[in-house]
Design a protein around this ligand. Structure first.
Ligand code: SF4
Length: 362
């Protein structure tokens, strides 16, 4: 059983938060829609990265109605580079449901809000506590680390599933009168003071309650499961040129990078060279016959559970009409039209080299 700190813990944490919290744009509003947008963007993403995206997004979609009315391509274009694109697709779907089923109001009810696409335990707790003052504790990576040190919790912080003690511990600590501030204070403490490898215990406002600090065991917490080695996939893609146009294809709306545009291609099979894979993949995906002219570059990119080494080839259209198998749409575009379409980050890494190549080719 966890010891239940007295109100002094909450008092000290909230006092520290009031004096030390970062000046962040989503802390200047009580609008549930804006808070929802910020919390969705902040999942798996650093605050500094999120700020410009948040400002641009709300500038373009200042209300749930405007978001619901937008086409997905526009939403993904504004999300481009932020990663985890299912967040944007789900928020877009949820906005349409809020418009049709909830009179364009973010549901002021944990269970109803939790039932919307993309709204998990964390987002529901964050929005409901910060925007509506509901007493639900948030549990993100920062909170888990703080809890694990405060209470010497043996549960690994990177173990999936919520039945591992952290929600219970967070719920017991929660300030019932100021749940939104308290949740933000716990997360802020983890972000600014109780950092993963260099916790600033000497200035920590809850040092006197921290069992790891008191027992001189801070370096032993949090516990983590050792991760398996991340696989590396070899990918071959082709920039297929036909006169002054190049071919891009649209990924199906669901799954990894769903709804984004890309150069056609795919995984290199065992025993196959990247060049052979490029020709085969383009034939399979688009029905086109192409010739590989040269290799442009090799891009390295890391996703959450795997890495890719993607070789980008310059290809020449030879024959055939586009018949898609996998992608759901295609366009022949000029290089200058690329900014109109959302692309994965790995493709973006190739654009400067491609631009130089196309200029020297003229
Ligand atoms: Fe974290 Fe150190 Fe504060 Fe404990 S005393 S909560 S380990 S920063």
């Amino acid at each position: 059983m966890l010891p239940l700190p007295d109100s002094q813990f909450r008092h000290q944490l909230l006092g520290w938060f009031a004096a030390n919290q970062r000046d962040l744009p989503w802390r200047k509003t009580s609008n549930p829609y804006c808070i929802w947008v910020s919390e969705v963007m902040l999942q798996q993403t650093q605050v500094a990265t999120v700020i410009p995206y948040y400002l641009r997004f709300l500038d373009r979609f200042p209300s749930v109605e405007r978001l619901a009315a937008a086409d997905l391509n526009t939403v993904l274009k504004l999300w481009e580079g932020l990663g985890y694109y299912s967040r944007a697709r789900n928020m877009h779907r949820a906005a349409a449901m809020i418009l049709s089923d909830h009179n364009a109001q973010i549901p002021d009810d944990y269970e109803i809000f939790r039932g919307l696409p993309g709204v998990g335990d964390y987002i529901a707790a964050a929005v409901q506590s910060i925007a509506f003052g509901r007493a639900v504790a948030t549990v993100d990576g920062n909170v888990k680390r703080v809890l694990s040190r405060l209470f010497l919790m043996e549960q690994p912080v990177n173990q999936s599933g919520t039945r591992n003690g952290f929600p219970e511990a967070a719920g017991k600590l929660l300030d019932q009168d100021r749940p939104g501030d308290f949740n933000q204070a716990m997360m802020e403490l983890g972000a600014l003071i109780c950092k993963p490898s260099t916790p600033a215990c000497h200035i920590c406002p809850v040092q006197s309650f921290c069992q790891a600090f008191q027992g001189n065991r801070v370096d032993q917490f949090p516990k983590r499961l050792t991760r398996k080695a991340v696989p590396v996939y070899h990918i071959a893609v082709g920039v297929v040129l036909k006169k002054d146009q190049l071919l891009i294809t649209l990924r199906k709306p669901e799954g990894l990078l769903g709804g984004l545009w890309e150069f056609p291609g795919g995984k290199t099979q065992p025993g196959e060279s990247n060049r052979q894979a490029c020709i085969r993949e383009i034939r399979e995906e688009t029905g086109l016959e192409i010739e590989v002219e040269q290799s442009l570059t090799i891009i390295r990119h890391a996703y959450t559970h795997f890495k890719i080494m993607m070789e980008v080839f310059i290809c020449r259209y030879v024959a055939g009409r586009v018949r898609l198998n996998g992608p759901v749409a295609h366009r022949w575009i000029r290089f200058g039209q690329i900014p109109l379409y959302p692309f994965p980050k790995a493709n973006h890494k190739a654009f400067p080299l491609l631009e130089t190549y196309l200029q020297t080719r003229k």
